[in-house]
Design a protein. Structure first.
Length: 393
């Protein structure tokens, strides 16, 4: 077992895994290793600060350190194979060897030299092969990712940076009823992306409440374990996307850029931003990212008669430009409002999914009555009805 001084020096000497020094547990460990057990309160504070940070997550330091190493977003994993020189490989092997030795640190030596030993808690350590585990994680990067991409599969955008969604909508494909033919087209296109085959941007168009957004979210949940990640973007954030796309181009994972409820006015500045994203602008599209958008408008443009009768000298060209945006999606799938039979089938499927005990005829009567009160039939209306009936017991 290395001395505490050697462990401190090893941590200070990290290059590839230098981000670990900012970790809330490892940073406190470094303070502990640099403290003197004979100093009294300063040592006790350092010891207990580390123990508190560790225990708030786990009582197994070895497991915690290994997990931090595997999730670390460093230049070795982000640079790709082409940038891994023999010197870098040697550095990686040396640091993983040191970190495995660090994982065996149980604090017993420090406690034995501290007058307050009886007051200081112990923690667990366990066996782990850091080098083998890291190599296995590298092989699984296309499925599991690294850093925040390994921990989360749904993100939003803030100030051109990705922000993980800690509690995303748990919607699953098995929970969706009806529209199987429509969903199958989006699923097939998504699988092409995941498998490295040509995939296209897609527009899910149709009436409100027909499951367009739920389809995209359910697909993201279904294939997260195959390396798929979802990035939800608001229309007014579109100008931030080109830089984000560049940063994701070398990522081993696959990404859906999701724009929900998309529409534009004729003089909307965000129109040009989306057009540039769909066309690739100066840069070519990254093969690991596609755009999925939902809209209640087939051509995405809010038109008025004034738009068609405006004073533009080249009005026909202007209108053609506005109306052609939807054509820049390689795939357009229409989700129409369900007829009576499809609506009732969705209601019955959801009742079975929710294990709702109710007579079929009574369920049909309630479904029709609820649709009338809610402004029409839709999968959303059906789900709201079933959830309401389930809550009433």
């Amino acid at each position: 077992m290395k001395s505490t001084r050697d462990l401190s020096s090893g941590l200070h000497s990290l290059v590839i895994f230098r981000n670990l020094l900012q970790d809330p547990v490892i940073s406190r460990l470094l303070s502990l290793l640099d403290s003197d057990p004979a100093s009294g309160s300063p040592f006790v504070d350092a010891y207990c600060e580390f123990a508190a940070a560790l225990f708030s997550r786990t009582d197994d330091f070895s497991a915690y350190l290994l997990n931090a190493v595997l999730e670390d977003e460093n230049f070795y994993v982000t640079g790709g194979r082409s940038r891994r020189s023999p010197l870098l490989e040697e550095t990686l092997e040396r640091e993983l060897s040191f970190l495995q030795q660090l994982a065996a640190f149980d604090g017993s030596d420090l406690r034995s030299r501290a007058p307050e030993a009886a007051l200081l808690p112990a923690w667990k350590t366990s066996e782990a092969d850091f080098y083998a585990s890291y190599r296995e994680a590298l092989a699984d990067l296309p499925k599991n990712g690294y850093g925040i991409y390994a921990k989360y599969h749904v993100f939003t955008v803030a100030d051109s940076h990705l922000v993980p969604v800690r509690h995303p909508d748990p919607q699953r494909l098995s929970e969706l009823s009806g529209y199987e033919a429509e969903r199958s087209k989006i699923i097939a296109n998504t699988l092409a992306l995941i498998e490295g085959r040509p995939a296209v941007n897609a527009l899910l168009y149709g009436d409100a409440g027909t499951g367009k957004s739920s389809t995209v979210k359910a697909i993201a949940n279904e294939y997260a374990d195959r390396g798929l990640r979802l990035i939800e973007v608001k229309k007014n954030q579109l100008y931030q996307i080109p830089d984000l796309m560049d940063s994701l181009s070398s990522n081993p994972l696959k990404f859906i850029l999701f724009i929900d409820d998309l529409s534009f006015s004729s003089n909307d500045n965000d129109f040009a931003a989306l057009k540039a994203i769909l066309e690739g602008s100066v840069n070519s599209h990254s093969p690991n990212l596609i755009v999925y958008a939902t809209s209640n408008r087939r051509h995405l443009i809010k038109e008025s008669f004034a738009d068609r009768e405006g004073d533009d000298l080249h009005l026909a060209d202007t209108m053609q430009e506005l109306l052609s945006l939807s054509a820049r999606f390689g795939l357009t799938v229409t989700f129409s409002r369900p007829d009576k039979d499809l609506y009732l089938q969705i209601v019955q499927d959801l009742a079975s999914l929710y294990d709702l005990k109710i007579d079929r005829e009574e369920l049909i009567r309630k479904a029709e009555s609820y649709a009338i009160r809610s402004g029409g039939r839709s999968p959303r209306t059906a789900k709201q009805l079933i959830e309401q009936l389930k809550s009433l017991g």
